[in-house]
Design a protein around this ligand. Structure first.
Ligand code: SF4
Length: 134
C-alpha cells in the first residue's frame, strides 16, 4: 500500500484548483494499492488558495500571510491516515511545501529550489516511510 499525493491521483486539490494527474499513480489507486491524500486541504486551506513556500521555517503565502499552523495541522492529519492505512511507502508531488522530497522552492516565489522536504514529507520521513516523487 502506498500513500500518494492527491493531486497525482487526479484530484483537483492543487493551489490553483488543478491537478498533477500521473497515470502510474492513478493506476495504483484504481488497483487498490494506493490511498490519495492532500495535506493542505486536510489543514483547512481553501482550493484554490494562494501559492505558499517555506521561508525561514515558516510557511508563507505569496500575499505575506503565515499559514504554518494550517500546514502543520494538515500534515498531521495526513500522517494519521498514512499510519492507519498500514502503508510504509509514499509517492509525493515534487517541490511542494507539503509533499516535496529532498528539493523544495526556496521561499522567494521565483521558482528557485533548495535542499529540503515539505512538511508532510518530513513527517513521513521521521516515521520511517520510504519516499519517492512521481
Ligand atoms: S499538498 Fe500535496 S497533495 Fe495537496 S496539492 Fe499540494 S502537492 Fe498535491
Amino acid at each position: 500500500m502506498y500513500i500518494v499525493s492527491g493531486c497525482l491521483a487526479g484530484l483537483c486539490c492543487r493551489y490553483d484548483g488543478g491537478d498533477n494527474a500521473d497515470e502510474r499513480v492513478m493506476r495504483l489507486v484504481s488497483e487498490g494499492k494506493a490511498i490519495p491524500v492532500c495535506p493542505e486541504q486536510l489543514g483547512g486551506l481553501t482550493t484554490p488558495r494562494p501559492p505558499c513556500e517555506i521561508v525561514n521555517g515558516k510557511v508563507m503565502s505569496n500575499e505575506g500571510e503565515e499559514v504554518t499552523d494550517k500546514f502543520m495541522h494538515g500534515a498531521k492529519e495526513a500522517l494519521k491516515l498514512a499510519k492507519l492505512s498500514g502503508s510504509r511507502k509514499a509517492i509525493l508531488k515534487a517541490r511542494s511545501p507539503s509533499c516535496g522530497i529532498g528539493r523544495i522552492y526556496d521561499g522567494s516565489f521565483n521558482g528557485k529550489l533548495i535542499d529540503g522536504d515539505g512538511l508532510f514529507a518530513a513527517m513521513l520521513r521521521n516515521e520511517g516511510f520510504e519516499l519517492e516523487t512521481e
